[in-house]
Design a protein around this ligand. Structure first.
Ligand SMILES: [Zn+2]
Length: 376
């Protein structure tokens, strides 16, 4: 799968389209770096992200724009690699009738030099329920990438179409930091960074899914919304000797919205002879907490999930009169320590204190976070 994705990047970025131009422009993005007790927070000025930062996500606005994750809304030259997740386990089959298929695409408006969107094939709303196992499976499949999910009211610019994103590993400050305090078995909060983050680690994807599900069930879902406000990232550390996963039904599709269709005989079918993903056969009880010791010899893949609990979509500075307004609309990347702003005035105004204040304002406060984790 990673080879297919490399191929997709190589082909798209050699075309003289918007993606190629935007990826070249990334090299000149201005940056400010701050230091929060050794955590290197960063602010980036990226004017190409203005559409994402300013995205109107109310139902009327959504209904009046073409969905950029559906075939009719794709950019010119945009390729698609399809991948189908393993069939749901017996427990999941109660809620999920069939395996989900995802479209992997190069993000034409990147924040990082490799930036993927991974969207559901069908136009269905952004909702993490029923997708956590798929998410961990994808994190293992493309373990050179960190995968993330923006909740529908937490930075997702397409809350009407289910999607993940992926960027190269080791880019986000929170991924690098070791300043975690364990407050419950297997569950840690960051010592300094008030971003509502809890970190969970396990070699068992089933256990991790059940723990995240339990935490989500305890969190508040605001009125008229369909899930608690969260951002979620995950990645998988895979031992070199681990067997490769089965990669069913992967193929690269030529652009879907161009009038001149190239022949589809370039599709690359992955071999299906490799070992089956282990999670479909491992059935662990759903009510245990993440208590297994970390396997420090790393003989099994180790999954890390960082869940950011949010209380606001945007900080109050976003809604100030235009002359004072700060165009900062935090999603996973911001919660993980890299702020992206699309206008120069906001970039000039934001210093370390303002950045950490804005992140704290949109995050569940530390006390509430600890209550959520510790007391059902
Ligand atoms: Zn769509």
């Amino acid at each position: 799968m990673q080879a297919l994705i490399d191929d997709m990047f190589a082909r798209e970025l050699s075309a003289d389209g918007r993606a190629a131009r935007n990826y070249r422009a990334l090299a000149s993005v201005r940056r400010k770096v701050f230091d929060l007790h050794g955590l290197p927070l960063e602010l980036r000025f990226n004017p190409d992200r203005v559409k994402s930062v300013m995205a109107e996500v109310d139902e009327l606005s959504l209904s009046q724009r073409p969905c950029f994750l559906c075939p009719d809304g794709l950019e010119q030259h945009q390729l698609t690699t399809l991948w189908t997740a393993p069939a749901p386990s017996n427990e999941e089959a109660d809620h999920q009738a069939h395996a989900h298929t995802y479209a992997f695409r190069v993000n034409p408006y990147p924040i990082f030099d490799r930036h993927l969107t991974i969207s559901a094939l069908e136009h269905t709303r952004q909702q993490i329920d029923g997708r956590l196992t798929d998410m961990l499976c994808i994190a293992r499949l493309i373990n050179r990438y960190t995968l993330f999910y923006n909740g529908p009211h937490c930075g997702a610019s397409a809350p009407d179409h289910m999607h993940f994103q992926a960027i190269p590993r080791h880019q986000l400050p929170i991924e690098q930091t070791t300043d975690w305090d364990e407050i419950a078995p297997g569950i840690s909060v960051h010592r300094f960074f008030e971003s509502g983050a809890v970190r969970l680690r396990s070699t068992s994807p089933t256990l991790l899914v059940s723990t995240i599900t339990r935490l989500l069930s305890r969190a508040t879902t605001p009125a008229h919304e369909w899930e608690p406000r969260i951002n979620l990232l995950c990645f998988c550390d895979k031992p070199e000797s681990a067997p490769l996963e089965q990669e069913p039904h992967s193929s690269v599709q030529e652009p879907l919205n161009t009038s001149v269709q190239e022949p589809l005989n370039t599709s690359v079918q992955e071999p299906n002879t490799l070992e089956q993903e282990p999670h479909s056969s491992v059935q662990e009880p759903l009510d245990t907490s993440v208590q297994e010791p970390l396997n420090t010899s790393v003989q099994e893949p180790l999954y890390t999930a960082i869940l950011f609990f949010r209380r606001e979509s945007r900080p109050h500075q976003f809604f100030l009169p235009e002359s004072e307004r700060i165009l900062f609309s935090p999603a996973t990347v911001e919660m993980a320590g890299i702020g992206i702003v699309a206008d120069e005035r906001s970039f000039e105004r934001i210093d370390q204190d303002l950045l950490t204040d804005m992140l704290a304002e949109v995050s569940l406060p530390r006390h509430d976070l600890e209550q959520l984790v510790l007391f059902p």
